[in-house]
Design a protein. Structure first.
Length: 98
């Protein structure tokens, strides 16, 4: 069963234009480790993963170009977003929103 990542907003609670959209692409190393992604409202166009664990690991991935932040913690660009990991079937059945 395929899994996709839905953005629920920025982790700090600030306004997020991607809220409710699905991760289409994400490069953890873009912009010197700040990361960059594209998002889509279409669940069928979202990046898919074989398992929940694979999707979680991708969200939690450390940048290889800048693995440590200024505060000494691991640099995980995608964790700046709160997300939900959903099955494609959930989205097809109308459970795509939180």
């Amino acid at each position: 069963m395929s899994h996709i990542i839905e953005c629920w907003g920025f982790a700090d609670g600030s306004d997020c234009p991607m809220k409710g959209q699905y991760v289409e692409t994400f490069d953890h190393d873009a912009y010197n480790g700040q990361g960059y992604g594209t998002f889509t409202e279409d669940a069928s166009s979202a990046m898919s993963f074989k398992s929940f664990s694979d999707a979680f690991e991708f969200w939690n991935m450390v940048s290889t170009v800048k693995p440590v932040r200024e505060d000494g913690k691991p640099n995980k660009p995608m964790t700046a977003m709160s997300v939900a990991i959903k099955t494609v079937d959930d989205c097809r059945q109308g459970n795509a929103t939180h």
